[in-house]
Design a protein around this ligand. Structure first.
Ligand code: GDD
Length: 412
């Protein structure tokens, strides 16, 4: 893959947010332009050859959060995931009257059998899974009904913990409702390219889709930004401007559902509930490592402050064709993102007022923005207890290995 050197850099404390990178070539040939090995930063473009992409794939888990998506679409997504990545399907699909999870599990099993691959599958509402997180030190993840709470963020948290237990050094996320398997491949290669080029153990890569096409009056319109992203990015950039003293448009991926990070970073940050998860990551990173003096900041992580956090943003070539879930869904997502920014102690009064004015004028539901639910970082978990209780109690957790071998409760 050949992609641009990120030209613009915003620095806030130990956090560097790079401007948008563009993909020049999906496949850039065999050898780096400047010799046999080593990273291939040119002056304006970076070249990451297949061998180097693969060296990251082999160490990466790809999480597919799924809730009642069409099976055929999910199967396409799985086929787009590079061979060496470990697939982790975390499903919150209905089990009655039809057991959709059983169908998804079977699809993953067939996918692994035919392609000689490995995967983990688990159902988010498995009581044994909840017990494991409770016992390992994260009872807040479990609702009053005794199972892990509903939500995409919760599913991602669970799957990230599984990726850590499986020994993967990187974790990436791709939605299950994507109609174009080739775009999944491109997202994951972008993750791998930037994670290969990263200069720190604490790096994140966020995808900005080329476009989100929709039929309008009988023709396909390639819309650049979704409605949620537009407002989230605007207010995150206002917050950045407040922190740095300079106006900016650096943040273009506030809602990036498709993103990846090093496990070292994933373990240290908080996951938020539902669709707040992606903007919350940025806010949480700024609060923890942005050098901002906040009453809530309890301890400084010297390692991260010293090495720094890098946030890469990449604009892909493929458009993102996915399931359209309607206006209410978009509004819910927008409110979750805006709540995250609104309730951050880093957000100044003027930005809070601008958010409130936006909510009142642009959203159907203009009621108060409730604070977002978030969970302690994964590093607070007792990993031994988690693994032990999962193996014993999580009835839906399964490791599927080539050739067609599957083991209940196993992770490695
Ligand atoms: N495990 C699990 N649990 N998965 C879930 C849950 C849940 O409770 N809710 C949704 N998902 C899965 C969906 O099945 C899908 O694969 C993925 O999470 C994204 O959910 P969608 O409902 O399809 O979201 P979207 O496509 O409207 O929004 C996506 O793009 C936004 C950026 O525009 C998401 O990735 C958002 O998180 C992102 O901000």
């Amino acid at each position: 893959m050949r992609l641009t050197f990120p030209f613009q850099t915003e620095r806030v404390g130990a956090v560097r947010i790079y401007g948008m990178q563009h993909v020049f070539e999906l496949d850039c040939g065999h050898l780096p332009a400047h010799g046999e090995s080593g990273p291939a930063w040119g002056t304006t473009v970076a070249q990451v050859v297949c061998r180097d992409l693969r060296s990251i794939h082999e160490r990466m888990a790809i999480v597919v959060p799924c809730k009642d998506e069409r099976l055929k679409v999910l199967e396409g997504v799985l086929r787009g995931i590079p061979h060496d990545c470990l697939v982790i399907l975390v499903s919150n699909s209905g089990r009655e009257p039809v057991d959709r999870f059983a169908m998804e599990r079977e699809s993953v099993e067939r996918f692994c059998r035919f392609n000689q691959r490995s995967a983990l599958v688990v159902h988010q509402r498995d009581p044994g899974l909840a017990r494991a997180f409770e016992k390992a030190g994260m009872p807040s993840l479990v609702g009053t009904d005794g199972v892990v709470r509903n939500g995409k963020g919760e599913g991602m948290l669970v799957a990230t913990a599984l990726a850590r237990l499986a020994g993967r050094d990187f974790v990436g996320y791709v939605d299950a409702d994507n109609y174009v398997p080739g775009s999944v491949r491109e997202y994951i290669d972008c993750y791998a390219a930037d994670l290969f080029l990263a200069n720190t153990r604490f790096a994140m890569v966020r995808i900005s889709w080329h476009s989100k096409p929709k039929p309008v009056d009988g023709v396909i319109f390639f819309n650049r930004w979704g409605r949620t992203s537009e407002s989230t990015n605007r207010f995150l950039n206002l917050l950045m401007a407040h922190l740095t003293g300079f106006g900016t448009e650096a943040i273009r991926t506030g809602n990036a559902g498709e993103h990846a990070m090093t496990m070292e970073l994933a373990e240290r940050i908080s996951f938020a509930s539902g669709f707040a998860v992606e903007p919350y990551q940025l806010i949480d990173i700024l609060e923890r490592y942005g050098g901002i003096e906040l009453p809530e900041t309890t301890e400084i992580d010297g390692e991260v402050m010293h090495e720094g956090v890098e946030i890469y943003q990449v604009a892909t070539l493929n458009p993102h064709f996915h399931e359209d879930k309607g206006d209410d869904h978009v509004e819910g997502m927008t409110r979750a993102a805006l709540s995250t920014i609104f309730h951050s102690p880093a957000t100044p009064g003027q930005v809070e007022e601008a958010i409130l004015s936006y909510v009142n004028t642009h959203l159907e539901d203009g009621t108060a923005l409730e604070p977002v639910v978030s969970y302690p970082p994964l590093s607070s978990l007792d990993w031994e207890v988690l693994e032990e209780v999962l193996a014993r109690d999580a009835a839906t957790l399964e490791r599927i290995d080539k050739p067609g071998l599957s083991r209940r409760g196993a992770i490695t």
